[in-house]
Design a binder for this molecule. Structure first.
Ligand SMILES: C[S@@+](CC[C@H](N)C(=O)[O-])C[C@H]1O[C@@H](n2cnc3c(N)ncnc32)[C@H](O)[C@@H]1O
Length: 408
């Protein structure tokens, strides 16, 4: 990278800073733009050998984070009132002190905790913001899921793609997931047979795709204006159906924000049986207006004529062939000129896709043959099934956009 390019990136950072509204730390759009620009600057300055080293050993970082979760290192540090030594962290017999020393070195080098000294000069560790972040249940659950259930699939990726001659999954053909596990089950069915996996996955989904940094549509999308305000009880008793809505985390937030403005309509969360059963078991408190229903979205939609059918983080798990089946099914339940289809999803830019979105694209493909899509790809998918796009709504910061569509 030339000095001119570095200067230009620094100039961009300065101009974002200068145009921020008020306090920069509370301007979400400006801080997101700054983050993207600073990443470009970082990439320009970083030595290629450093990047290659991290890449070669990135599996070690994953294992050390997973070990730290298992040994409750993040929780112990976050709740401690003073710095802890490796001996303190091993005092309950959870692990040998030497293992904790080695794991903590890796975690410290990647900013997951901070190193310090005790008052008598011994090496010790303290929590930093990243340590505390790792204690958030959805964040912890995401690391557990991708290590325990994701990595074994990824390690088979090369063999799988060699076997397909490097072609993506077609139709309902087996994807990498079925290849890696030698199963015909789809991933959700397979996971629901593994003790604890779906419970952990649902906890992961309670953060927005496991990320505290994502700005969920429930926080910014004008649900009242787009669909709730014009609810007509004469057409159907449900105002909002969250299909594959997990434990109802998003519909709950929508009812909290907008429920008072809706006259009499019911809200519904639909998901596979084990997930719906887990809502009550996990003590998740949903508003009294939210009903729960076990439903498989590959079968006819039992709720006809709702004002809105939301599919949040659903279509990225399916290739176009399967997505079309799901769209044809919901179409049958929708009332022309009244029902809205809402799809909350990441919308990929044509180029310069940020890391978090690019890896999600590959991950969804590996786990279920799905993919993240650009605006053009989403438009083509919906129009091919007879939907008319009303609007692509983009998030104010990192996170999902929402596609508002109707029957054409
Ligand atoms: C990625 S999660 C998204 C959950 C929620 N919509 C959110 O955005 O947090 C996908 C959800 O779809 C559910 N799901 C998967 N296959 C399904 C099916 N055939 N019918 C209904 N729900 C399904 C899963 O159980 C899971 O809760």
């Amino acid at each position: 990278m030339s000095s001119k390019e570095i200067q230009s990136l620094i100039g961009r950072i300065n101009s974002i800073h200068a145009s921020a509204k008020g306090d920069i730390a509370s301007d979400k759009t400006a801080t997101y733009q700054l983050l993207l620009a600073s990443r470009q600057l970082n990439a320009a300055l970083e030595d290629p050998s450093e990047i290659a080293t991290f890449n070669a050993f990135s599996g070690i970082q994953l294992m050390c984070v997973r070990l730290a979760i298992e040994l409750r290192i993040f929780e112990k540090l976050a709740s401690a009132e003073k710095p802890l030594t490796a001996a303190d962290l091993a005092a309950d017999g959870c692990a040998e002190e030497g293992l904790i020393v080695s794991v903590a070195r890796v975690l410290g080098s990647k900013g997951f905790l901070a190193e310090t000294k005790t008052s008598d000069g011994n090496n010790a560790l303290v929590a930093n913001p990243m340590t505390r972040h790792m204690t958030v249940p959805s964040v912890r659950a995401r690391s557990i899921f991708h290590y325990d259930s994701g990595l074994p699939i990824l390690t088979q990726g090369l063999s799988y793609f060699r076997s397909t001659n490097f072609r993506l999954q077609k139709g309902h053909d087996p994807c990498l997931f079925q290849f890696a596990h030698d199963t015909t089950d789809d991933s959700y069915v397979f996971f629901s047979k593994q003790p604890g996996v779906m419970e952990n996955f649902s906890t992961y989904m309670q953060g927005y795709l496991g990320s505290e940094g994502y700005y969920a549509p429930a926080e910014w999308f004008p649900f009242d204006e787009v669909c709730l305000r014009d609810f007509d009880p004469g057409r159907g008793e449900y105002v909002y159906v969250d299909v594959g809505g997990g434990k109802g985390q998003h519909v709950q937030r929508i009812v909290e924000r907008f429920g008072d403005g809706v006259q009499g309509g019911k809200f519904l969360v639909q998901d596979l049986g084990p997930v719906i059963e887990d809502i009550d078991k996990s003590g998740m408190a949903l508003d009294a207006r939210i009903e729960k229903q076990a439903y498989d979205y590959m079968t006819p939609q039992p709720i006809r004529g709702a004002r809105a059918y939301m599919f949040e983080n659903i279509f990225h798990y399916h290739n176009d062939f399967v997505s079309k089946d799901i769209l044809e099914i919901v179409k049958e339940a929708m009332v022309p000129g009244y029902s809205k289809l809402l799809i909350s999803t990441l919308i990929l830019p044509e180029q310069g896709v940020p890391f978090a979105l690019a890896v999600m694209d590959v991950m969804t493909n590996c786990v279920n043959g799905g993919r993240e899509r650009t605006e053009a790809e989403l438009r083509a998918l919906l129009e091919s099934c007879g939907f008319r796009i009303v609007k692509f709504w983009y998030p104010p910061a990192a996170g999902n956009g929402v596609i508002e569509a109707e029957l054409a």
